[in-house]
Design a protein around this ligand. Structure first.
Ligand SMILES: CCC(=O)SCCNC(=O)CCNC(=O)[C@H](O)C(C)(C)COP(=O)(O)OP(=O)(O)OC[C@H]1O[C@@H](n2cnc3c(N)ncnc32)[C@H](O)[C@@H]1OP(=O)(O)O
Length: 256
């Protein structure tokens, strides 16, 4: 296993848990943290038995309070800013393209780049006290991790624009009503239990079936052509059909 300074990474019951571990700065995303998130995606994408990833933040206060403002204040030129955008958006792309579903367990603030990180995940399950917001406008900037398209896709252009231009974090239930959160924990419910409940039906599927749906979702999200998407569906249908798990299920069904 690789060494991570800013993350806690562990596999439990075929689920990879990745925790951003910078609670003193509300899990702000430094360049090193972004780099480690990218490395973790590369390292674990090849684990064949993995069924899901949960991405969260250490502590109860913050999922990620955006880019590390102290570190990023040294970024002043257009070339440096382009480099930042390219690094951050390539890391978020690794999450979008990760072979299994990725759940953001939003344990508190998900702000700015932290909100973009949450939206790059396939699902968002939030603590009752969590909030999420594309608040970049407060710093007179726009989204900078390549998460604009995710917001447009989830909310639609006009509501996404309103959210970004309002630059105000939405509390959990409001975010759920808006479509930004898929599930919100009950008051007093542990976020980890809520995530486990959310994942339970999905984890009942075999890894190859889970990967097939993620591949199709990822192809749609990347805007691949109908033809390309059909080819991906065909490839996974063949893989799942010819897998021993399929024939075991057919035998079990026929014996009933
Ligand atoms: C890509 C560009 C972007 O991401 S733009 C969006 C950038 N993010 C922000 O503007 C959010 C800034 N942070 C905040 O609004 C607050 O810290 C939030 C998250 C609401 C938490 O408030 P509160 O619980 O009162 O904590 P606090 O403000 O006292 O912060 C505790 C320590 O954490 C630090 N911190 C916080 N956020 C960041 C950040 N984004 N980058 C770097 N450091 C951050 C604070 O400076 C503070 O540090 P210290 O204890 O004073 O040394």
């Amino acid at each position: 296993m690789m060494y991570y300074k800013n993350l806690i990474v562990e596999i439990r019951d075929q689920v990879l848990w990745v925790k951003i571990n910078r609670p003193k700065v509300r899990n702000a995303l430094s360049l090193a943290t972004l780099g480690e998130l990218g490395r973790a995606c590369t390292e674990y994408a090849a684990e064949p038995a993995l069924k899901a990833v949960v991405l969260t933040g250490e502590g109860n206060e913050s999922f990620a309070a955006g880019g590390d403002l102290k570190e990023f204040s040294a970024i002043r030129t257009a070339a440096q800013t382009e480099q930042l955008f390219d690094l951050a958006s390539s890391v978020l792309d690794k999450i979008r393209k990760f072979p299994t579903p990725v759940v953001a367990a939003v344990n508190g603030w998900a702000l700015g780049g932290g909100a973009e990180l949450a939206l790059a995940c396939d699902f968002r399950v939030a603590a009752a006290h969590a909030s999420i917001g594309y608040i970049h406008g407060r710093l007179n900037i726009t989204c900078g991790f390549g998460g604009g398209a995710d917001l447009m896709q989830l909310l639609g252009g006009s509501r996404a624009m309103l959210h970004g231009l309002t630059a105000k974090p939405l509390p959990a239930l409001e975010a759920q009503r808006a479509g930004l959160f898929d599930r919100v924990a009950e008051e007093g419910e542990r976020l980890e239990s809520c995530v486990a409940g959310f994942l339970e039906p999905l984890l009942g599927q075999q890894p190859q079936v889970i990967r097939a749906y993620k591949a199709m979702a990822s192809a749609a999200q990347q805007g691949l052509s109908g033809e390309e998407r059909r080819a991906i569906e065909r490839e996974w249908f063949v893989r799942t059909w010819t897998h021993a798990d399929h024939w075991a299920a057919v035998d079990a069904t026929m014996k009933k």
